[in-house]
Design a protein around this ligand. Sequence first.
Ligand code: GUN
Length: 281
Amino acid sequence: MQIIDGKKISQEIKDEVKEEVAQLKAEGKDIALAVIQVGADPASSVYVRNKKRACEYVGIESVSYELPEETTQEELMAIVDKCNKDPKINGILVQLPLPKHLDEDEVLLAIDPKKDVDGFHPVSVGNMVIGEKGFLPCTPAGVIQLLKRSGVEIDGKECVVVGRSNIVGKPMAMLLLRENGTVTICHSHTKDLKEVCKRADILVVAIGKPKFIDDSYVKDGAVVIDVGIHRNENNKLCGDVDYDKVAPKTTAITPVPGGVGPMTIAMLMKNCVESKKLFGE
Ligand code: GUN
């Protein structure tokens, strides 16, 4: 059984990005990412801090907007507009979730697709679906990198994705399809979830329920990717997969922490370079 090391693979990617950023800098091309956070949700603050740290590591400038909880839709839209128009800004990231009084869809739609390094704009989603160049959403793109760089073949494999969120489940299914996997998406209305999961050669779990998937959902020899992250009753991190029960049945599995988590930020850095290369002046 192979433990897929997301920390190591994400470090490799960040080092590749760092080199590319240095090359671009040598040509006089600097990269800057606007990082916008509204309110002080503790989990979001950790993510935002880690994103800014990664920027520093690879040599990308981060321009930080830490806005109060009471920020209005108009104020937030004005900041997005300012970043859209600023030629020095190559990528715009609005940390989700936004406070309840704000309209997330309207904000995401306002981001210039040329600066949409999260890959959430409908234009980016459309390009991903038809296989055109564009920004891929960071977490599912990170999962594809984990599989490829661990030597897991996707072509022709039965891939089952549990979860259908816009950020993970749906794009995950689409990216596995692009790699010629045979893809099934499961969700809360799926009949006989266990039987469908047991068909999977590659099982990707993103349901947001701690340790939901145990060994009875997993075929012998499957590859299991766990996108979930939670704190259990002892304040320890765990995923959507019951790792101790499932790992012995697999040929490869991602741990939590240290699996998918660090990949998201590495792929964000990759997208920032991509934005400069595709659309930078
Ligand atoms: N919230 C949870 N995941 C993400 C992500 O990948 N990007 C942003 N902007 N917000 C998130």
